[in-house]
Structure formats: structure tokens, C-alpha cells
Design a protein around this ligand. Structure first.
Ligand code: IVH
Length: 670
């Protein structure tokens, strides 16, 4: 074995620092700087050295995140200070009452300074750092005692194993609290992986997080895509940390992941505005939240307010309204999607569900329709799940009218009248006619969507018209449209037609992942398209790959690999690709580094008075890959708002656009 040389010790130190930096870039900042293969090489080298010189293994080495022996069961671990629960409110009135109690408790009429945080829907945990080292961690349990899940927590790569020297000195004991969650995208990828391996999929991201974290074998946890969001510390008596806002800043500085949706607000109106905004943003987030936590910012005030039974008087969970509602099914239609899949859809008497009016609900497929036993005229419970598409979850038979009508599944395509089949092992019937107008419409709409060629102005109505007029037979025809063809369409004023053509022209230069996504290959969503672009670097390399090569890509798997091959084996699809090229689509090469641009693809609106001229900010945005637009729309990603921002900001908030001030904006650039 021998004694390690100075050189080895130096290499080890450098390796650990490098790996920690890449973990941070990947898990906290979401901007990986090296390929997975390069990362693995660094990690393998670390393991090799540590195996050769076990004396050099330290408890905070990144290698200690995996490879612990399985425990038989979890040991109980008491929290030094209890992990409290939260009082709940669901309406403005109830929140106003909470605010009144805070005023009374603090004996003040001044508006209260609050911090609002998304209420993350995962599993609450506590991490204990002694002299800067992560020594143990536990679940919340009953609030007093949880389960010791230290080895599992160590496998979560965005949990810092060591704090900065400065923090270690100042806080020899620090208990960090937060939520372990699974992102939706990671959850979906994991389920695809589990299904491909013939294992049962997980029900939802919350169960995914809880189940993965409470595995007896930490190597299973290590294979699961978990992340930790910190939202606080156990004690409020740590000298410099005298508020919730300073605490989150401190934790951010120690490389804990902090939600980007945390805001500060004054008084009830400020809080209410943010709540409404969060509700709008909810469906677009990559993680599930079930409300907003509102905390009094000042720790002095928190201590003054104290707690009642198990919940603090200084915080409240403002939960989103119930996601279910009762309504009547007026009709059952069958819609044909872009892949030809035929989905029964319930036309509902419009009803509000968590702030959105719902008039359609998916019934998924024939089997589900049968199982529900749904008839036209039935009263049903509809639900908006994490996803935006609402569904019918229950038929209230006691309300069934005498004349309720049964529907039978069609035996031909409701759009083109063509033959439909139910492929072996699939739940859906499919229309086999690839020229079917409904399919084409779906494909065209998908092609032009934000994740694809991002052609502003091409909505579903126009897509339908272009097809019915015979101007577009496949999406590549868009690149051959002329103003003379567009102008006569009744939806098209001349100016609008010119704008649309300009948009189409601009979109020819779009980047590779968007092109791949736009093609509409079954199973290839935005994440998979990006993986493919990153892996192959060029369109040519991707289509040249055979099934075996595609299957090997992490996150693709055999099912999608087969779909990709099928797609490019189809003569019509190959012709479409040729037509895209001749129509001027550039098919640029794709380099990972290009995505390091922090604002890539994001659209900003700038408003209000800022510390520097607007052009300064415009340049910064464009240099970092973003775009600046003059007006707010649902396509705006961020509004940069300075002092006295007016109607644009109001509109942005209504639309659920994320508003940032100068400081937050600069942080986005990092
Ligand atoms: S603060 C006394 N902040 O909500 C403070 N909790 O009922 C209590 N939760 O299971 C916790 N997001 O895990 C806090 N930003 C957030 C939170 C949050 C989710 C969960 C927490 C616990 C429950 C509290």
C-alpha cells in the first residue's frame, strides 16, 4: 500500500474540490460544466486513490455520498428543537385574520414585513452540522423524533457535506431544515426507467421523494434523482442571523439550494399579490407545491410571537384551494392527437377549479371510459392534477338523470373517417392515416410551439385554416408560404401575415434541441430532445445512430429509441426533413457550452426606473442569450421591474410572469 506522496495528496485535494464544484454546478446552479463521462472519470480517479490509501478518506469526501452498508431499519433520532407544523389558511379573509393576530401579538399597526416561500411538497428533513461537518440527518417524524437517515441524505448530491470555515467557526452547531423533493421532469424520467426495467412506477413526485429517501439500502437512494431545498434553521438565536431573509441568504452562500420563488412582501395586499402569482406559476414549475408559506421576517418578532401548541404564531401555510370541483358532462367527444391517438374528452358545464375555468376533461382512453361508466348527463368530480389537463375522477351515480346517454367508442377516425386500430399492448386507438387533418393540425401546432420552432402567431385556429386551405400538408410547408397565400385567409390582416412570415423566417435559425423536439417523435419531449442534441452534437449524427446506440443514452431507453428509429425509417418523415433543409432551416451543430448562457431562450420585459439606462440591461440580457420584448404576454419569462413600475408589471403579475428586481436579475446572470 505504501505511504501517499505529496503529489497524490495534492491531486486528491484538487479532485475533491473539482467534484464538489461540479456537484454544485449540476445540482444547485443547474448549469453543468462537464459531460457526465468527464465527471465519472474524476470520480473514478477519486475512488481509485482512496482505495489505495484508505487513510486519506475523510468524512466529507464526495465519495462518502455512496457506498454505505444497508441498515436493517432506521434508528430514531430526536430533534434538539421540535420541528413544528403550520397553521393553515385558504382564503384572503383567513389570511387577513392571521395578519391581524400578528399585529395584535406585536402590538403594532405598521405593515408587517413577511417572507413568502413556496410550500414544497416533498419530505421535511433536518440536517445537523457540527463544526461545519454534516454529521447526521433525519426525517421530521412526529416533530419531536424522526428517523436517522444520514447515509441516505449523504447520497443527495446537492446537500453540502461541509460548510465554509467561516460558518463552521461562527456556528459550531447548525441545524438546517428543508424539503427533499423530486423534480417532475426527473420523476417522469425515473418512471420511464423503472417501466423499461419492468418495475412498478411511482405514483407521484412526492411519493417518489419519500419512498426514495426511506430506502434501507442507500445505494437505491443514490440512484434516485433527489434534491434538497433548504428553507430555514432550527434556532433563531444565532447572532448575525436575525431574520428569515438573512438566513436564506446565508444558506445560499453556503451553497444550499434555495427556492428561486422566495419573495418579501409588506402587509396583506403584498402577500396576496404574490399568492395569486404563485398560483398562476404553479403548473409550469418543475416541482410540486401545495401552497405558500408566509413567515414574519424578523426573528425578534418571531420570538415575541412564540407558538401555540405545535405551530408557530409567526408563520402560516396558505394552501391552494381544492383542486376538485363538481359539474355536469354535457357531451363526450373523441379528439385525435398529433400522434393519431384517439382520446375521449368530456365537454363539461364550465366550472372553476383552483382559479381556472375548466370546460374539458380528458377521459384518457376506452378502458378508463368503461371503468368510470360515464354517460352524457352525468354529474362528475373533476380534478386538476399537477398537470394542466383536468380529468374526471368520479361519477356521482346518485345524480344520474333518467335520460343519461351511453356513448360507444368510434370504430373509424372522427376526423378523417379512416381506419383505427388498437396496437397490441396499448391503451389507445390510433388513426393510421398520417395525412389525417386532425393529426396534421396537432403536429403543426406542436412544431410551432414554444419548445419547438417557437413561431409566435401560429395558434391552433390558424393551424387549422392553413391545413383546410391546403397550404400546409406537413409542417415543413411553413417555410414555403408567401404573403400572397396568407393574405386571403380570413384570419389574416396584411400586417399580421407579414409578421407571421417574419417569425417563420427568424425561426429557421433555431437551435438543434428545438428542431428535434418540433419533429414530434413519440416519446421525445423537450428533455429528451436536449439529451439527444447534447449526445450527438449534430442532426446528421443523430439520424445515423442505430437503436443500440440510442438505447445506451441515459434517459432515452429502449422504448423511445425504437420510436426514434421508426420515425426516421418513415419515408414521409425523411422527405419532410429534406424539405426543412431546402426551406432554409439551418440544423446547427449543438455544443453543451452554448447552453451555459444563463438566459438562453428567455424573454424579458424591462419596466420602471432602474439604476442604469435600460440599454445597459438590454445588452446584459442579450449577451447572456436572452431576448428583450417591448410588451408583456404569456410568452414573457421575466419582467425586470424598477421603481414606479406601472401597468406592465400589473399585467405581468396577472399572467404569472416572474418579476425580478435588479439584484435578483443580477443573480439570474450568475
Ligand atoms: S417552515 C415552523 N417552509 O410544510 C416552520 N415548511 O407544516 C415550519 N414545508 O412538513 C416549517 N415548504 O416540510 C416551511 N418553505 C417552507 C416549506 C415548509 C414546505 C413543509 C414542511 C412541513 C410542513 C409544515
Amino acid at each position: 500500500m505504501g505511504k501517499p506522496s505529496e503529489k497524490i495528496i495534492a491531486e486528491l485535494k484538487k479532485l475533491r474540490a473539482e467534484i464538489n464544484r461540479h456537484n454544485r454546478l449540476y445540482y444547485v446552479e443547474d448549469s453543468p460544466a462537464v459531460s457526465d463521462a468527464d465527471y465519472d472519470a474524476l470520480f473514478d480517479r477519486l475512488l481509485e486513490i482512496e482505495k489505495q490509501f484508505p487513510g486519506l478518506v475523510t468524512p466529507d469526501s464526495p465519495s462518502r455520498r455512496v457506498g454505505f452498508a444497508p441498515a436493517k431499519r432506521f434508528e430514531p433520532l430526536a430533534h434538539r428543537l421540535p420541528m413544528l407544523s403550520l397553521q393553515k389558511v385558504t382564503t384572503v379573509e383567513e389570511f387577513t385574520e392571521f395578519d391581524r393576530r400578528v399585529h395584535d401579538g406585536l402590538e403594532t399597526e405598521d405593515e408587517i414585513q413577511y417572507i413568502t416561500e413556496p410550500k414544497l411538497d416533498g419530505l421535511a428533513v433536518e440536517l445537523v452540522y457540527e463544526d461545519g461537518l454534516f454529521v447526521r440527518g433525519s426525517t421530521r417524524g412526529d416533530g419531536t423524533t424522526g428517523e436517522n437517515i444520514t447515509p441516505n441524505l449523504k447520497t443527495i448530491r446537492n446537500i453540502p457535506l461541509r460548510l465554509s470555515d467561516d460558518a463552521a467557526r461562527r456556528y459550531p452547531l447548525l441545524e438546517v431544515r428543508g424539503e427533499v423533493i423530486m423534480r417532475r421532469s426527473a420523476f417522469e424520467r425515473l418512471n420511464r426507467r423503472l417501466e423499461a426495467a419492468d418495475q412498478s412506477p411511482l405514483a407521484n413526485p412526492r411519493n417518489g421523494a419519500a419512498g426514495s429517501l426511506r430506502q434501507l439500502d442507500p445505494s437505491v437512494t443514490a440512484s434516485r434523482p433527489l434534491i434538497f431545498y433548504a428553507y430555514g434553521i432550527s434556532a433563531t438565536d444565532l447572532s448575525e442571523l436575525d431574520s428569515q431573509s438573512k438566513t436564506t441568504e446565508f444558506l445560499r452562500g453556503e451553497h444550499f439550494l434555495i427556492s428561486e420563488l422566495i419573495k418579501s412582501a409588506r402587509g396583506t395586499t403584498g402577500v396576496q399579490k404574490i399568492f395569486e402569482q404563485l398560483q398562476q406559476q404553479r403548473a409550469d414549475l418543475d416541482y410540486e407545491i401545495d401552497g405558500m408559506v408566509v413567515k414574519v421576517d424578523s426573528f425578534v418578532h418571531q420570538q415575541l410571537l412564540g407558538q401555540i401548541s405545535r405551530a408557530p404564531r409567526w408563520a402560516v401555510a396558505w394552501k391552494f384551494a381544492a383542486e376538485q370541483a363538481q359539474t355536469v358532462v354535457e357531451d363526450i367527444l373523441f379528439s385525435v392527437g398529433r400522434t393519431g391517438a384517439i382520446t375521449p374528452v368530456a365537454k363539461l358545464k364550465p366550472v372553476g377549479v383552483s382559479g381556472v375555468t375548466v370546460s374539458n376533461a380528458s377521459l384518457h382512453n376506452e378502458d378508463e371510459l368503461r371503468e368510470l361508466g360515464l354517460r352524457i348527463g352525468d354529474t362528475v368530480i373533476v380534478q386538476r392534477a399537477g398537470d394542466v389537463i383536468p380529468e374526471v375522477v368520479e361519477v356521482l351515480l346518485e345524480h344520474r338523470p333518467k335520460n343519461a346517454r351511453e356513448v360507444s367508442f368510434p370504430d373509424t377516425c372522427p376526423s378523417c373517417g379512416g381506419r383505427i386500430v388498437r396496437p397490441e399492448g396499448e391503451a389507445a386507438y390510433r388513426c393510421l392515416n398520417s395525412a389525417c387533418p386532425a393529426q396534421l393540425e396537432g403536429r403543426l401546432f406542436h412544431f410551432a410551439s414554444k419548445g419547438g420552432f417557437d413561431i409566435v402567431g401560429l395558434g391552433d385556429k390558424l393551424a387549422r385554416q392553413l391545413i383546410s386551405e391546403g397550404l400546409v400538408k406537413d409542417p415543413s410547408d411553413l417555410f414555403y408560404l408567401t404573403i400572397e397565400q396568407l393574405h386571403p385567409l380570413d384570419l389574416m390582416a396584411e400586417k399580421k401575415a407579414a409578421n407571421l412570415l417574419a417569425e417563420i423566417k427568424r425561426s429557421r435559425a433555431t437551435e438543434l434541441p428545438k428542431i428535434i423536439y418540433a419533429l414530434g417523435i413519440i416519446g421525445v419531449g423537450e428533455a429528451a430532445a436536449r439529451l439527444l442534441a447534447e449526445h450527438f452534437g449534430s442532426f446528421e449524427a443523430m439520424i445515423a445512430a442505430d437503436r443500440e446506440v440510442l438505447e445506451q443514452i441515459d434517459g432515452i431507453g429502449p422504448v423511445i429509441a425504437a420510436d426514434i428509429c421508426d420515425f426516421f425509417e418513415n419515408e414521409g418523415n425523411r422527405q419532410m426533413v429534406g424539405k426543412l433543409r431546402r426551406g432554409g432551416v439551418l440544423f446547427p451543430a449543438f455544443e453543451r457550452a452554448a447552453t451555459a448562457e444563463s438566459l438562453s431562450g428567455k424573454t424579458f420585459v424591462i419596466t420602471g426606473t432602474l439604476s442604469k439606462p435600460r440599454n445597459h440591461f438590454r445588452n446584459l440580457i442579450e449577451q447572456n442569450g436572452g431576448k428583450v420584448s417591448g410588451s408583456v404576454s404569456s410568452r414573457t419569462d421575466y419582467i425586470l421591474a424598477g421603481a414606479e413600475a406601472g401597468s406592465k408589471l400589473d399585467k405581468a403579475i396577472k399572467l404569472g410572469v416572474t418579476a425580478v428586481n435588479e439584484d435578483e436579475f443580477l443573480r439570474l446572470l450568475e
